[in-house]
Ligand binder design. Sequence first.
Ligand code: ZN
Length: 416
Amino acid sequence: MNITKIIIILFLNFSFLFSYSQPVNVPWPEIVDSSDLVDTRSKPVEYQVKQIFRFPETGISADNMFPGARLNDMFMINDSTLQVQILPENYPVNMSPWYAFRIWSETTQTIYLKLCYKHGQHRYWPKLSNDNIHWMPVDSSDHFSEPGDTSALFRVHIIHDTVWISAQENITSDICKQWINKLGEKQFISKHTIGYSTLGRPLYGLSISESDGKKLLVILSRQHPPEVTGYKEMMAFVETISENTRLARRFRKKFETIVVPMMNPDGVDNGFWRNNAGGIDMNRDWRYFNQPETYAFRKYILKKIKKQNARVCFGVDFHSTQEDIFYYSKKNVNPDKEIITLKWVNAINKRFPDNSFNPEPTGITSQVSKNWFYNEIKAESITYEVGDNTPRDIIKKRGKEAARQLMKILLKEKKL
Ligand SMILES: [Zn+2]
């Protein structure tokens, strides 16, 4: 090997070491699979132009001028069909193309909408709303596409002034704030601002407790903006812990539950497919904490542990994907006791045999929140994935039952 080669190799290694700013020193096992190592320093994102699209020949207009909207362009293909152009915030990006826009017409009419994704495939069955609050899926007789198609065609009967059309229910940071404020009225729930997002939105946290604060259950959600079903199951879960039942009261006397329901308000309000305003998949930033949202979360939890001399007993990070699935670490963080997740998932599945979770063991080296709980906090945790199309009534019932079962298990655990 000649000297030039040696210098080049040394330079590459050296620059690699410094390519990550490492503001924190989280102990992490050696990474074998290089796909587990993700650079989470900020990247540019592209914002959509907020505008109204008008088509005077048909009397139709549409816009993206509301939080959560995603509509990059729109044009007429023929008299009755409009093409809707949907772009991600940056690329490469996870295949979860979010869209949301509203449309209105001077006259009652039926139109066809063709969703065209740049860098994406159709995933979310369109939902309609007359108030941006209550949503109904487009009828199957009006929907002419399959998941995985690069575009999607559906028919909409415009009978009201305005129809909102969205990939999933449009639950923005403002709606989340209303939910937090309502819960925060209970005397055993306090509301905190744990930090601020990249664009300066507050990150709200709830503390639900009538305990001495020594044992913590930590809940987070909505790192990924379109993952609304996971968010909904989280709501049912948290509401059940906050209920006036014997079980919930007993639980609150022993455990403090910390909840950060919306980790990525910038991504949610800007209609992003996956990332935060730093252009990063936040659930790959739990090793280096380059993004303000993950950084604030970690700081908040560590401070709490120190101040209260507390221990995190369990962590749950709510997400959505194509199916109902629990990702948990195959390595047991507490080898002298049983894995809580397996007891828990069995208890839930017994009650929901038709909508059961598939427990999937994973490694501990990818830079996701679950592995931060494992590697730094030394706590068992799971990534709680709810199916995109899981029926909403099931989500509500199952989220409640999941909370009941976890409360029971944690109360029984001797070694926590
Ligand atoms: Zn996710």
